[in-house]
Design a protein around this ligand. Structure first.
Ligand code: MN
Length: 749
C-alpha cells in the first residue's frame, strides 16, 4: 500500500482548484459543493491505487473531469460523473452508494460508463460487438459517450506508460471507434488529437517522419500565409471587422491519410494552403450577412473558384458544423482554401455538441444531433442484424459527407453522398421504401436508382404491389435501406422454400411415395436444380410443375445436367491430356460432342458462376453461347449472334461452350428498350406507370428526347426473361400515341 506524499496531496488540491476555476458552468455554490463531494469520494475510493506510471490514481479521474469541463464544455453533473467514472468498476463502492449521494441521473450515467468498460474486458467479443454496445449506450444519455471520450483521450495522452502490446490494442480501438464517434459528435479538436495519438503508437516511424517534415516546412509556410493574408487583413480592418486569421494547421494524421488515399508525397499534401478567419459578431448585423460580407471583401482581392464554394451556414452539417468555405487563387498562383466563421461557429466546430449549450438561445441546432441519435437507435432495434455488417456500413455513414434534399412539403432530409431516390424512400419510412416504384425529382420522373444531389426535391411514388427486389441492393447506400431490403428478401426466400416444401410433400403423399434421398437424387437432375432448397424454391414459384413427377421417379436416373464444377474438371483434365499427348488428342476433342451447360436459376444465390457479356446483354430466353474466359475461367454468356462471340469462336473455338437457359422468374437482367411516338402531355407518365405499376419492372435509367414533336425514350430495365420482356413491349405498344417499341440489340454504355 502506498500513502500519498504531501507533495502529491498538494498537486491534487492544485488540480482540483484549477478544475473549479476553469469551469464556466460551475457557478452555483450547490454545484461546487457537489463536485467537491464527488472528489472526496473518488479520493477515498482510489486512495490506495496508483496508475502504471506510478502517479496516484486520482489524477486520472481529475484529468478526465477537466477535459469534460474545459475541452468539451459540459456542466456539473458530467464533471461529477467523470470524477466517479472508475469508482464502481474498480473499488468497493456500488451504484447504490452513488445514487444515494448524487442522485439517480448520476447513477445511470456511471452505470453506462461501467458497462462500456465491461464491453472491452470481455476477450470473446469482437470489436464490432463492442462498438455496438457503445452505440447502444447512446440511447441512454449522450453524456456517457462524451465522458467516455474524455476518459479515452486522457488514456491516450498517458499511453506511454503502458506496455507495448497494450498500446497497440488501445491505439487501434481508438482509431476504429472513438475517433469516428468524436467526429460525428462534432468534437473536432478531440477527434484530431485521438487520430494523431493513435498514429503515434501504431506507426511511430511514420508519425515521427511527418512531424519532422512539418517542423521543417513551418517557416516557409508561415511566410506564404502572411503574404496571402496581408491584403485581407487590411481590407477587414478598414471595414472595422474584428477577427483572427490563421493558417489552418494540418494534423499529422490528416496529412498521412491524404498521402495514403491519394497516393501522393508529403510535399504535395502539405503545399496546399488553407486559412481560417474567425470573426467577432457585430451588433445589428447577422452572422450570416457578416460572413458573406467578408467573402465579398476577399473575392475583391483574389479570384474565387466558383465550384468550390461551400455554404454550411444556410444549412449546417448534421454534426452541427457551420462555416463558409471558399477557394481563391493566391498570389503565387496556387489555390488557397479560406474558411470563414464566427467565434460561435468556431467553438461549435471545435467542441461540438457541448458548445451548443452555450449558444442555445442564439441557434437551436441541437436537434440535428438528436435526429442522428434517433437514427442509430432505430438501426439498433433490429437485434438479428449481423454486427459486423452493421459496423461496416455504419462506419461508412460516419465518415461520408452528406447531401441535403427536400420532401415535397419542403422538409429537409440529410443523406449520405451518392444516395439514391430509393435511399430517400427508406429514409422517410421503411414501408415507403418497400413499396417504392419510382420518384419525381424536381417534378421530373426518375427511376429508383437515380442519384440525388443536394437541393433536390423528391417525391416517392409507391404501389401496393411492389416489394423489394434483389437488384435494389445495387443502388442503395444507406444502412437503413440495405437492412430493410435484405430482411424482406430473406423472408421471401424462407416463405418460398416453405411453400415449395409443402407442395412437394402433399404431391408425394397423394402418390403414396415416401420422401427419401432417392427421390431427391432423381428430382434434382430431372428439374435441373443443384440443391434441395433450390428445388423447393422453384416449386414454390411454380417454375416447376409436379405433374410429371411420377414419370420422373419411375425413370432410370441419367445425369444430363453438367454442373459447373464438372465442367471445370473436364476442361482442366482435357488441357492436361492435350499437353501430354499433343495435337492428336486436341483434334479428337474437337470432334467430340460438347455437353451443354445449363444456366439454371438459383433464386437465393448471391453470386453466379456465369457472367452476362456487357456487349450484347442477353436475357433468359435469348439464343446464347458461352465462352470460357482464359483469365478468370468464368463462362461469359453472349447472344449467339453477337459479333464478339462470332469472332471469338473463329479464333478460340475450343473455349466455346454450348449453353441454354432454364426458366427464370426471380433473378433480373438488365436490358434496354427504345420507344418512339408522338409527343403529348402525360406520355412519359403513362410509360412509367405501365413499366413499374402494371408490370412491376424496375427501371435503371430513363432518357427522353423530344425533337420536332417526336418523342424518343430509352429505358434501361430489369426483366426476368424474353417472355417477360415481350409482354412489356406488347403493353407499351398499346399506349396512346406510341408508334414503335423495340429492344435495343447492342447496348453501348
Ligand atoms: Mn478511466
Amino acid at each position: 500500500m502506498t500513502v500519498l506524499t504531501s507533495k502529491e496531496k498538494e498537486e491534487i488540491q492544485h488540480q482540483f482548484t484549477l478544475l473549479l476555476e476553469k469551469s464556466p458552468r460551475l457557478k452555483k455554490k450547490t454545484d461546487r459543493e457537489l463536485v467537491e463531494k464527488a472528489l472526496s469520494l473518488a479520493n477515498e475510493a482510489h486512495k490506495n491505487m496508483r496508475r502504471r506510471s506510478g502517479e496516484p490514481y486520482i489524477f486520472h479521474p481529475l484529468s478526465v473531469a477537466r477535459i469534460v469541463s474545459e475541452e468539451i464544455g459540459l456542466g456539473s453533473l458530467s464533471i461529477i460523473c467523470a470524477l466517479l467514472h472508475d469508482v464502481v468498476e474498480d473499488t468497493d463502492y456500488t451504484l447504490e452508494d452513488i445514487e444515494y449521494q448524487f442522485g439517480e441521473k448520476a447513477a445511470t450515467i456511471i452505470d453506462g460508463l461501467t458497462k462500456i468498460s465491461g464491453a472491452f474486458d470481455n476477450q470473446t467479443s469482437t470489436q464490432a460487438e463492442n462498438f455496438r454496445k457503445i452505440l447502444l449506450t447512446l440511447s441512454d444519455d449522450v453524456r456517457v459517450i462524451l465522458i467516455k471520450l474524455a476518459d479515452r483521450l486522457h488514456n491516450m495522452r498517458t499511453l506511454h506508460a503502458m506496455p507495448a502490446e497494450k498500446q497497440l490494442k488501445i491505439a487501434s480501438e481508438t482509431i476504429f471507434i472513438y475517433a469516428p464517434l468524436a467526429h460525428r459528435l462534432g468534437l473536432h479538436a478531440i477527434k484530431t488529437e485521438l487520430e494523431d495519438l493513435s498514429l503515434k503508437y501504431r506507426h511511430p516511424q511514420v508519425y515521427d517522419e511527418i512531424a519532422h517534415k512539418i517542423r521543417e516546412k513551418e517557416k516557409s509556410r508561415i511566410a506564404e500565409i502572411n503574404r496571402f493574408s496581408l491584403p485581407i487583413i487590411e481590407a477587414l480592418e478598414k471595414n472595422h471587422i474584428q477577427f483572427d486569421i490563421n493558417g489552418r494547421p494540418k494534423s499529422i494524421y490528416s496529412v498521412w491519410k491524404k498521402m495514403q488515399t491519394k497516393n501522393i508525397p508529403f510535399e504535395e499534401v502539405y503545399d496546399l494552403l488553407a486559412i481560417r478567419i474567425i470573426f467577432e459578431p457585430k451588433p445589428r448585423i447577422s452572422e450570416k450577412a457578416l460572413c458573406w460580407n467578408i467573402y465579398s471583401l476577399i473575392t475583391d482581392i483574389y479570384i474565387p473558384k466558383p465550384d468550390r464554394l461551400r455554404d454550411w451556414i444556410s444549412k449546417p452539417k448534421a454534426n452541427g458544423y457551420e462555416a463558409l468555405h471558399a477557394t481563391v487563387m493566391g498570389p503565387s498562383g496556387k489555390w488557397v482554401e479560406v474558411q470563414i466563421r464566427s467565434r460561435r461557429m468556431d467553438e461549435i466546430a471545435e467542441r461540438g455538441y457541448a458548445a451548443h449549450w452555450k449558444y442555445k438561445g442564439i441557434n437551436a441546432q441541437v436537434n440535428e444531433l438528436d435526429v442522428w441519435l434517433r437514427k442509430i437507435r432505430e438501426l439498433l432495434e433490429d437485434p438479428n442484424e449481423n454486427a459486423l455488417e452493421f459496423l461496416d456500413e455504419f462506419k461508412l455513414n460516419l465518415y461520408s459527407s452528406e447531401i441535403l434534399v427536400f420532401t415535397p412539403k419542403g422538409h429537409i432530409k440529410s443523406l449520405p453522398k451518392n444516395a439514391s431516390t430509393l435511399d430517400f424512400a427508406y429514409e422517410i419510412h421503411s414501408e415507403i421504401g418497400n413499396h417504392a416504384i419510382g420518384a419525381k425529382v424536381n417534378h421530373r420522373l426518375v427511376p429508383l436508382s437515380y442519384k440525388l444531389s443536394s437541393g433536390d426535391q423528391v417525391e416517392i411514388l409507391t404501389s401496393d404491389k411492389q416489394k423489394p427486389q434483389r437488384e435494389w441492393l445495387d443502388y442503395v447506400n444507406t444502412v437503413k435501406a440495405k437492412v430493410n431490403i435484405k430482411k424482406s428478401l430473406k423472408t421471401d426466400t424462407r416463405s418460398r422454400i416453405q411453400t415449395g416444401k409443402l407442395k412437394l410433400e402433399s404431391k408425394l403423399k397423394e402418390l403414396d411415395i415416401p420422401l427419401s434421398a432417392r427421390v431427391f437424387r432423381k428430382l434434382l437432375p430431372a428439374y435441373e436444380v443443384l440443391s434441395k432448397d433450390e428445388l423447393y424454391s422453384k416449386i414454390g414459384l411454380d417454375l416447376i410443375d409436379l405433374s410429371d413427377i411420377k414419370k420422373i421417379l419411375k425413370q432410370k436416373s441419367k445425369n444430363k445436367l453438367v454442373k459447373y464444377w464438372e465442367l471445370q474438371f473436364l476442361r482442366s483434365k482435357n488441357t492436361k491430356e492435350a499437353e501430354d499427348n499433343g495435337e492428336a488428342l486436341q483434334e479428337k476433342q474437337k470432334n467430340q460432342e460438347k455437353k451443354t451447360l445449363v444456366l439454371h436459376e438459383d433464386p437465393d444465390a448471391t453470386e453466379s458462376f456465369y457472367k452476362i457479356a456487357p456487349c450484347c446483354k442477353p436475357i433468359p430466353g435469348d439464343q446464347v453461347t458461352g465462352y470460357q474466359d482464359p483469365d478468370t475461367d468464368q463462362v461469359i454468356i453472349h447472344k449467339s449472334n453477337c459479333p464478339v462471340i462470332v469472332k471469338l469462336a473463329s479464333e478460340h473455338g475450343e473455349r466455346i461452350i454450348p449453353v441454354r437457359w432454364t426458366a427464370h422468374k426471380v433473378l433480373s437482367f438488365l436490358t434496354r428498350i427504345k420507344i418512339v411516338g408522338i409527343d403529348r402531355i402525360g406520355i412519359l407518365n403513362d410509360i412509367t406507370s405501365v413499366v413499374s405499376k402494371v408490370l412491376n419492372v424496375n427501371i435503371r435509367a430513363l432518357n427522353v428526347d423530344v425533337d420536332d414533336g417526336i418523342f424518343n425514350a430509352t429505358l434501361d430495365i430489369y426483366v426476368h426473361s424474353t417472355v417477360h420482356l415481350n409482354n412489356l413491349v406488347y403493353e407499351l405498344a398499346k399506349i396512346k400515341s406510341v408508334e414503335k417499341v423495340n429492344r435495343e440489340e447492342t447496348i453501348v454504355e
